[in-house]
Design a protein around this ligand. Structure first.
Ligand code: PBG
Length: 330
C-alpha cells in the first residue's frame, strides 16, 4: 500500500483536476471574445495615433486610423466598440453644446464606422464631460450640477448619435431620470431599435484617472460625488439598477469592475437583463504598469482578471484589453 492510498476519502476534489481535458470539462466560466466591448478614443485630425501616457498600448486615434483599428478588431471577433471623443478646448462650454452637433466628431465617426463595418455594434457614450469646460458630466451653476437641464442636453446628444447610426447609446452621466427621457425621445423619433446600455451603478472612483488624462476631461473643480455613487454603498446600486430598468434600460452596467465584483454579483441576482461591467482605465493601468516592470505575468493576469469579472456575473465586459485578449484567445 502506497502512502497515497492510505486515506479512505469519500471525496477527492483533485480527481477532476488531474488532466487539462478534465479541467476543461468542469470549467464553470468561459471568457469569449464575443463578451468583450472595446472602448476607443477618437480625436480630430488625420494620420494620427497618440499613446495615452498613463495607458500604455492605448491610443487616441484620428478617424482614419480608428477605422483601421475597428476593422482589425472586428476581424478578430470583437463585435462591439464604445466610442469616446477628445474634444478641442475651443469647442467646450458649460452646456456641452458640441455634444449634440450633428456634424460633431462622434456623429462623423459613427457614420464612417457604419459605412466601413456595418455589422459592428457601435455604442456611444452619452455624457457632457468631454464637451464641458468644467470637466463635469452636467451643466454647472454656482458650483452645483443641474440635473434636469442636463438631461435635456443628454437627450439631444443621444438623438444626434442615433441619427448618425449608433446601435446603442450609453448614458454614463448618472443624472436622475436620463434613461427614461432618452428612451421616450428615441421612440418618438422612430429609433425603437436603438438600445440603451445604462451606466446604472457608476461609482465616484479614483480608478478613472487615466481615462480623464486620455480625454483631458478631469473636473475643473471639486469631484463627481454629487452624482456618481459612494464606494461604500451596495443597496443603493440595486436602487439605481431598478430605476434604470423601470425607465427602459436594455443592459445595466456596474463600473468600475474589480473593486466592485460584489456589486456585479448582486446586480446579476437582481435582474434578468444582461449585465455589463467596465474594466476601467485605472484597472488597465495597474496591470500594464506591473507588467512593464516584469513583476507579474501580464497576459495571465489579464485573462484571470477578466474571467473574475465574468464569474462575478457579468455577461459583457468593456475593456481596453479587448484586442489583446482577442489575439490571445484566437
Ligand atoms: C464619463 C466617463 C468616465 C468613464 C467613462 N465615461 C469618467 C468619469 O466619469 O469621470 C471612465 C472610464 C474609464 O476610466 O476607463 N462620463
Amino acid at each position: 500500500m502506497t502512502a497515497e492510498s492510505s486515506l479512505h476519502l469519500t471525496n477527492r476534489p483533485r480527481r477532476l483536476r488531474c488532466t487539462s481535458t478534465l479541467r476543461s470539462m468542469v470549467q464553470e466560466t468561459q471568457l469569449r471574445v464575443a463578451d468583450l466591448i472595446y472602448p476607443l478614443f477618437v480625436m480630430e485630425g488625420e494620420g494620427q495615433k497618440v499613446e495615452v501616457d498613463s495607458m500604455p498600448g492605448c491610443y487616441r486615434y484620428s478617424l482614419d486610423f480608428l477605422l483601421k483599428e475597428v476593422a482589425e478588431g472586428f476581424e478578430l471577433g470583437i463585435g462591439a466598440i464604445a466610442l469616446f471623443p477628445l474634444i478641442p478646448d475651443a469647442q467646450k462650454d458649460n452646456a456641452g453644446t458640441e455634444s449634440y452637433n450633428p456634424d460633431g466628431l462622434i456623429p462623423r465617426t459613427v457614420r464612417a464606422i457604419k459605412q466601413q463595418t456595418p455589422e459592428i455594434v457601435v455604442i456611444t457614450d452619452v455624457a457632457l464631460d468631454p464637451y464641458s469646460n468644467q470637466g463635469h458630466d452636467g451643466i454647472v451653476e454656482n458650483g452645483k450640477i443641474l440635473n434636469d437641464q442636463t438631461v435635456a442636453v443628454l437627450v439631444k446628444q443621444a438623438i444626434a448619435h442615433a441619427e448618425a447610426g449608433a446601435d446603442m447609446v450609453a448614458p454614463s452621466d448618472m443624472m436622475d431620470g436620463r434613461v427614461g427621457a432618452i428612451r421616450k425621445a428615441l421612440d418618438e423619433r422612430g429609433f425603437i431599435d436603438v438600445s440603451i446600455l445604462a451606466y446604472s451603478a457608476k461609482y465616484a472612483s479614483a480608478y478613472y484617472g487615466p481615462f480623464r488624462d486620455a480625454l483631458d476631461s478631469a473636473p475643473k473643480f471639486g469631484d463627481k460625488k454629487t452624482y456618481q455613487m459612494d464606494a461604500a454603498n451596495a443597496q443603493e446600486a440595486l436602487k439605481e439598477v431598478a430605476l434604470d430598468i423601470a425607465e427602459g434600460a436594455d443592459i445595466v452596467m456596474v463600473k468600475p469592475a474589480l473593486a466592485y465584483l460584489d456589486i456585479i454579483h448582486r446586480v446579476r441576482k437582481h435582474t434578468n437583463l444582461p449585465v455589463a461591467a467596465y474594466n476601467v482605465s485605472g484597472e488597465y493601468a495597474m496591470i500594464k504598469a506591473a507588467g512593464q516592470q516584469g513583476w507579474i505575468d501580464e497576459k495571465k493576469v489579464i485573462l484571470e482578471t477578466l474571467l473574475s469579472i465574468k464569474r462575478a456575473g457579468a455577461d459583457l465586459i468593456l475593456t481596453y484589453f479587448a484586442k489583446e485578449v482577442a489575439l490571445m484567445l484566437r
